[in-house]
Ligand binder design. Structure first.
Ligand SMILES: Nc1ncnc2c1ncn2[C@@H]1O[C@H](COP(=O)(O)OP(=O)(O)OP(=O)(O)O)[C@@H](O)[C@H]1O
Ligand SMILES: [Mg+2]
Length: 454
């Protein structure tokens, strides 16, 4: 059941809107002023919030600062005068849209349904993404190429050992996915898989982050901290971006691998740990060794059981199976029925360089599917999302500017010219979107719509 909070001080108007919503079988809760609205928002969870702009005890804009999560992209502002600056402010603060009073029933219902649909989709999307992300198994890895088949075979054998595994490959080739699959296929599968991204730890904090410290070990150590190695005891520790590990820590890591004990900061006491280490990097560690940025002895130790994942452009057989795999996922998420790829689009996909590898391919499909009205992905669809021109397909691809403009128009239309939503979809902030609108001379297009604030 969809729950709506309706905030309006005028009793007659409130009654009318409530009836309109209830006919649609929405569950309606009411508030007559800011104070009551704040109370209800604090206690309840609503799918949609309809807010009168001016209330007896203030404007409803103030609610956006108090309840950003509960209102962003979920609220509709009702106002007598759409040109007032506060309407613009409300939209800036994340209101989904506004409606002018007297509110037209059809418009209101359409907006409410849009919010419900969008949020529902996002929920479904989030749960699917986390499902996919957190518990990868070898069965979930999609490939057709001989190279990947060999890598997976090797990974399955390594999974059953306790060996440290080094996974190398460009960004987005699937290093984390394979790490998780190894863990889930190993004897440690019931224990923790703990990912630690070495690139996100400041160098002076590595030691304490990884190995922990006792209370009082240094000024400010008001309590003790176990550290990542101890936290991962009995399970798998995934050191992502191991190329970022500072040299002194590399020396310690080597010792841990040899002795299976860790020494905490300023402590002579050795603690026994039982962990399986998987490390990943998109740097060429061999180069790093030559540059003296990575210890040779650690590298050779890690390399003993390593997996080198080739970039997608070197395993072209995987491209189409991956595309269809992601089409299936995003069809489900966005409620579409795409089943085909045109010959030209296929040839383009196969010849494209995919510098972002599988991640880029996934994002490409993700950006196309929501807009598809028919069942075939063709070259035009790709030209919106893929930047680089290449000798693929016969058709001339538009210049970068041209297709950026086309894409901006497409997103504006798809979001009914709601600038906040459009900026969100485009992944840029609102001022930048306004600049693009100006740059591409789209002001008239945008102004001509009924949802754009003055
Ligand atoms: N063979 C595959 N089958 C299905 N999905 C894949 C495959 N390879 C990669 N992916 C997906 O591609 C995305 C990137 O994969 P992943 O995070 O494992 O890459 P990575 O090599 O760790 O990249 P980075 O170096 O940037 O951290 C993820 O969303 C993952 O689910
Ligand atoms: Mg990764």
């Amino acid at each position: 059941m969809i729950k709506i909070l309706l905030v309006e001080d005028q009793a007659d108007l409130r009654e009318i809107v409530r009836m309109q919503l209830e006919i649609q079988e929405f569950l309606v809760d009411e508030a007559v002023n800011l104070t009551e609205a704040a109370l209800k928002l604090e206690r309840g969870a609503y799918d949609v919030v309809i807010l009168d702009l001016k209330l007896p005890d203030g404007t409803s804009i103030s609610l956006f600062d108090k309840f950003p999560q509960k209102l962003a992209s979920k609220s509709i502002i009702m106002t007598a005068n759409a040109t007032v600056p506060s309407v613009v402010e409300a939209i800036k603060k994340g209101a989904f849209n506004y409606l002018e009073k007297p509110v037209e029933e059809e418009l209101l219902i359409a907006q409410v349904k849009k919010i419900v649909q969008l949020n529902h989709r996002e929920d479904r999307y989030r749960s699917m993404e986390s499902e996919m992300g957190s518990d990868y198994r070898f069965e979930d890895i999609i490939y057709e190429s001989k190279q990947m088949a060999e890598i997976i075979d090797r990974a399955k054998i390594l999974a059953k050992t306790n060996n440290t595994v080094l996974i190398q490959g460009e960004t987005g080739v699937g290093k984390e996915v394979i790490s998780r699959s190894i863990h889930n296929f190993s004897l440690r599968k019931e224990e923790i898989f703990l990912p630690v991204n070495c690139a996100s730890i400041p160098s002076e904090l590595f030691e304490s982050e990884l190995f922990g410290f006792e209370k009082g070990a240094f000024t400010g150590a008001v309590s003790s901290y176990s550290g990542r190695f101890i936290q991962a005891d009995k399970g798998t520790l995934f050191l992502d971006e191991i190329g970022e590990l500072p040299l002194p820590i590399q020396a310690k890591l080597l010792r841990i691998l040899d002795e299976n004990v860790i020494y905490q900061l300023k402590s002579k006491k050795a603690t026994k740990v039982d962990i399986r280490l998987i490390a990943a990097t998109n740097k060429d560690l061999n180069d790093e060794v030559n540059l003296k940025q990575f210890r040779g002895d650690l590298y050779y130790r890690l390399k003993e059981s390593s997996l080198l994942i080739p970039p997608l452009r070197e395993r072209v057989e995987d491209i189409l199976v991956l595309v269809f795999h992601f089409i299936k996922i995003y069809n489900h998420i966005y409620n579409r029925a795409v089943t085909r790829i045109s010959k030209e689009a296929e040839s383009y996909l196969l010849n494209y360089s995919w510098r972002g590898n599988v991640r880029e391919l996934k994002n490409t499909v993700k950006s196309i599917i929501p807009f598809k009205k028919n069942n075939t992905i063709d070259l035009d669809d790709l030209s919106y999302s893929i930047i680089e021109g290449k000798e693929a397909g016969k058709k001339q691809l538009p210049t970068l500017d041209e297709h950026e403009k086309k894409y901006v128009i497409k997103v504006l239309k798809a979001t009914s010219f709601n600038i906040t939503r459009a900026a969100e979809v485009l992944g840029i902030n609102r001022p930048r979107l306004y600049r693009k609108i100006k740059q591409f001379q789209l002001e008239d297009t945008v102004q001509g719509t009924d949802t754009q604030p003055a």
